[in-house]
Design a protein. Structure first.
Length: 252
């Protein structure tokens, strides 16, 4: 990154090692975060027979992308400045079915002891002027390297399928028009964002009604099954009764 005309081969190798270590720290932070998300996803599926996470995408910014952001923000071109000022080098996008899932996932991540919340921007409760809706979190996670512990920021974007669909198309349209989108299309995009929000609200209401129906339904044979490692296992009633009696005796 930057001019290398007067840098010796030895210095170049040292700079390459330094940059590689810098980038790998963010890669490892992303690995840690993806592991946490996958554990939450599987646990939620086993315990609640429901998966709030539809898709997960993650990426580490390339050195070229980092350089462009440094120039755009007029930052000093050194590792310390980049580490301090650019918090989205490692990024994860989580897509959910329902808006309420977004806040469930946020709470589950925030409640983990080794995660520190640096920043939260709720563009769902307060959408951007163009209609963009999403929840943005900057979470700091420890990464243990041979040189010691490093605290690395990871940007998490959580949105519904409708929000993600709108954001993806809006991004493509902006680049198609080289960011100079005609005014009437901007209005159409804002209207589409409103329609997507209304769809999310409607699907949320339907989902709540279905959940009430399921809760009121009587226990059936399926309720006596657990799913572990994609294998259905029957729960003997005697075992459940014994566990129930043991808990009652312990409470007394």
């Amino acid at each position: 990154m930057g001019t290398v005309k007067n840098v010796s081969l030895t210095d170049m190798k040292a700079l390459k090692v330094e940059l590689t270590r810098f980038m790998m720290a963010y890669k490892f932070a992303l690995d840690e975060m993806n592991t946490k998300i996958n554990i939450l996803k599987e646990e939620f599926n086993y315990i609640h027979d429901y998966n709030p996470i539809e898709h997960v995408k993650s990426r580490v910014k390339s050195p070229e992308s980092i350089l462009k952001k440094v120039v755009r923000k007029n930052l000093d071109l050194n590792m310390q400045s980049i580490r301090k000022n650019i918090k989205d080098i490692a990024g994860v996008r989580i897509t959910c079915s329902f808006e309420s899932d977004i806040y469930k996932i946020q709470d589950m991540l925030k409640n983990q002891k080794d995660i520190n919340v640096l920043e939260c921007k709720d563009y769902i409760k307060s959408p951007k002027p163009n209609g963009y809706r999403s929840l943005h979190l900057i979470l700091e996670i420890p990464v243990f390297l041979s040189s010691g512990e490093e605290l690395i920021p990871v940007e998490i974007q959580i949105r519904t399928i409708a929000m993600d669909f709108w954001a993806s198309l809006e991004h493509k349209i902006y680049y198609k028009y080289n960011k100079e989108v005609p005014e009437h299309l901007l209005t159409e995009l804002k209207d589409a964002a409103t329609a997507a929000a209304e769809l999310d609200a409607k699907m949320e209401r339907i989902n709540k009604e279905i959940n009430v129906f399921k809760e009121n339904d009587s226990m059936n044979e399926e309720a006596l099954l657990i799913n572990v490692n994609e294998e259905h296992m029957a729960l003997p009633l005697r075992l459940l009764e014994s566990i129930g009696h043991a808990k009652t005796e312990t409470n007394h």
